[in-house]
Write a protein that binds this ligand. Structure first.
Ligand code: FAD
Ligand code: NAG
Ligand code: NAG
Ligand code: NAG
Length: 479
């Protein structure tokens, strides 16, 4: 399923051999997700000798395009380009004549007893509720508290008969909470703040790489798209887990990077692009000398949310075409679900991905996603089918393919994307401080940091990650 990455790796390793005998590089990039790939390729384009060390057996990190039986692609990580205006990723697609398309889904809101929520009501409520995520009341408060208050008073005023159904309102709020969580990455909408630093790019928020796959972004950056020749001064090593980064205080010594397999490389500087979740777990053993306290505070203070996908492939679609099916429980049905299956009541809904109309993606977040990751694939598949049958109020065909993400258990990600917690408004410099390089006595940057979490305004996205990779490459190029 990762054949294209393997091909890239072979090309790159052949290049490495041509400069064999030397293990010193201008720059070592740790991690080949969106930010690392952007940094490494920008430096290589400028003629720098770059070594990119990636722990996993593929390029892409939190972008992971996988093939399902029958040659259809699905995205287990990032799905869309969020916004078009000034988007570095949208621009790369345009420049390379890759037609990304807006994914437009109809919505239908199903209930656990087989009923359907009135479509006009739902549309009005969601059109009111979703923009609340962008509002910024004078006093920061938990997003959930703010949205609950506003949504309740809106429904009370306009839809008194719906408002009178307390259980419905309760369950509807749980549903909207889950939608917010899947956007933000939070476990509960009260874990994130109304006062977020995130800046939304103009234009459509759901631009899809559809049948090309998000992997195309990496082929473009690495100059391998359409059989491009790659970048001669970029050496890529996959399955290379970095375990230690020794950085000098004096201006003469080199940076020494060691890997789990015992290999050792030196460079003038290193760009670290691992997720803030990986940093939380390993910074103490990874860096020598240890990171300064402000860096550690940033690492601890920026939460990394978890969003997971469960993808079921069917012989043919049995659901209404191009439709997101939202799941709003009835309290009594939710209670009847056995304890061990309660996680299924926190799956917000399902929709076909744009790359494959025979597939359905079910979305989970936070603690529920973490729990889902611990269950066997057989259980997750069977319970997902049960859930779909309950809400669709019919029997459905047996899936012919299955894949689910495990972004939290993956030791090289430990989560999906970062968000602004309740304490973020009083600590506005967490992300800039994570982004600031460690310098030697001559003031030269030796250890630089990129990755979505280091982006003060476009964190949690692919375009935001690419921006940070370019930022650090340009810092080294003196631009
Ligand atoms: C389910 C999901 C849905 C998403 N949806 C969207 C979306 O629709 N649109 C959007 O814009 N964004 C989305 N995102 C977010 C987006 O994918 C990320 O923000 C972005 O890909 C992060 O890139 P990065 O380079 O910062 O980090 P990563 O992609 O995590 O790259 C870091 C790399 O470092 C490697 N690494 C880790 N430890 C080591 C080590 N010790 N040694 C060597 N290498 C190491 C990792 O394997 C990884 O490849 C989604 C993410 C997820 C998980
Ligand atoms: C994109 O298409 C235009 C017009 O057909 C062409 O001039 C250009 O060279 C193409 N660019 C790439 C990168 O293929
Ligand atoms: C669910 O489907 C059954 C059988 O088709 C039907 O009788 C029932 O009315 C449906 N339930 C609802 C709430 O629509
Ligand atoms: C969020 O906070 C509000 C206000 O404190 C509360 O009413 C609501 O129940 C909370 N929601 C969740 C899901 O915890």
């Amino acid at each position: 399923m990762e054949a294209w990455f393997a091909v890239l790796a072979l090309v790159a390793i052949a290049d490495a051999a041509s400069i064999s005998g030397s293990t010193h590089f201008d720059t070592i990039v740790v991690g080949l997700g969106a930010s690392g790939t952007a940094a490494a390729t920008e430096l290589a384009h400028a003629g720098k000798r770059v070594l990119a060390l990636e722990a996993q057996g593929r390029v892409g990190g939190r972008v992971n395009t996988v093939s399902l039986p029958g040659d259809s692609l699905v995205e287990m990580g990032a799905e869309w380009i969020h916004g078009q205006d000034s988007s570095v990723t949208y621009q790369l697609a345009l420049d390379n004549n890759v037609t990304v398309l807006r994914q437009e889904l109809n919505t239908i809101t199903l209930r656990s007893d087989g009923g359907v929520v009135d479509a006009a009501f739902m549309e009005d409520i969601m059109n009111f509720a979703m923009p609340l995520m962008e509002e910024d009341p004078a006093t920061p408060e938990p997003l959930g508290a703010f949205m609950t208050r506003r949504i309740k008073s809106y429904i009370k005023e306009r839809y008194p008969s719906f408002y009178a159904d307390e259980d419905f309102i309760q369950q509807l709020l749980v549903f909207i909470d889950l939608i917010v969580d899947s956007h933000v990455g939070s476990n509960n909408w009260n874990d994130s703040t109304t006062h977020t630093q995130y800046v939304t790019l103009g234009g459509n928020q759901e631009m899809s790489w559809h049948v090309y796959g998000y992997k195309t972004l990496f082929e473009i950056m690495m100059n391998t798209y359409k059989n491009g020749p790659g970048l001669p001064s970029l050496t890529i090593e996959l399955n290379k887990e970095v375990t230690s980064i020794q950085w000098p205080q004096d201006s003469e010594s080199k940076v020494v990077v060691r890997c789990k397999d015992g290999s050792e490389y030196t460079s003038d500087n290193v760009i670290v692009t691992v997720s803030v979740g990986v940093l939380k777990e390993r910074h103490a053993s990874l860096f020598s000398p240890a990171l300064p306290q402000d860096k550690v505070d940033s690492i601890n203070g920026i939460p990394l949310g978890v969003v997971d996908k469960i993808v079921l492939l069917f012989a043919e679609p049995w659901w209404p075409k191009d439709t997101f099916m939202g799941f709003v429980w009835k309290g009594e049905d939710r209670e009847k679900v056995p304890e061990e299956d309660k996680w299924t009541t926190m799956i917000l809904g399902a929709n076909p991905p744009m790359s494959c109309e025979r597939a359905l993606t079910l979305w989970t977040c936070g603690e529920v996603a973490k729990h889902m990751e611990t269950l066997s694939e057989e259980v997750v598949k069977a319970k997902s089918v049960e859930l779909l049958e309950k809400f669709a109020n019919r029997t459905i065909p047996k899936p012919v393919g299955f894949v689910r993400s495990t972004w939290y258990s993956n030791p090289y990600t430990r989560g999906s994307y970062s968000f602004d917690s309740l304490t973020s408004p009083s600590h506005p410099s967490l992300r800039p401080s994570l982004a600031s390089p460690l310098t030697d006595s001559a003031g030269k940057p030796r250890v630089l940091f990129a990755g979505e979490a280091t982006n003060p305004i476009h964190y949690s996205t692919v375009h935001g990650a690419v921006e940070t990779g370019r930022r650090e490459a340009r810092r080294l190029l003196g631009q």
